[in-house]
Design a protein around this ligand. Structure first.
Ligand code: HEC
Length: 86
């Protein structure tokens, strides 16, 4: 690869690394469980009350979310800590 070509292609190398770096900041359990059917940004978009989150989690399970009770507790803990409002 010539030097000029390397310079032209740097975004192809750097941008995915940046994107991966960003997802590293997000809670892993939500990235794993909540990004298969829609982007996980659906989850971070809005703060909700815990009764609303419970209704959403129930709805996601009805749509086919596979989650163990332990994982669901982790997800609820993160939602109540960082994504809930009164
Ligand atoms: C089996 C597929 C599936 C999985 C897995 C899934 N969802 Fe969803 N989710 C959907 C679908 C389909 C919609 C969009 C349409 C709807 O609300 O009916 C949606 C919409 C949403 C919305 C937007 C609802 C609104 O009314 O604004 C939120 C918030 C959400 N999901 C949260 C989650 C969370 C949190 C998880 C992980 C615990 C999750 N989802 C995992 C299928 C899924």
């Amino acid at each position: 690869m010539t030097r000029a070509r390397l310079i032209r292609q740097w975004p192809l190398i750097v941008l995915p690394a940046l994107l991966l770096g960003c997802t590293g900041e997000k809670p892993r359990i939500i990235e794993e469980k909540c990004s298969t059917c829609h982007p996980s940004s659906f989850v971070y978009k809005e703060k909700r009350t815990m009764p609303e989150w419970d209704r959403i989690l129930f709805g996601m399970k009805a749509r086919g979310l596979k989650i163990t009770p332990g994982e669901e507790k982790q997800v609820r803990d993160i939602l109540s800590r960082d994504f809930s409002r009164e």
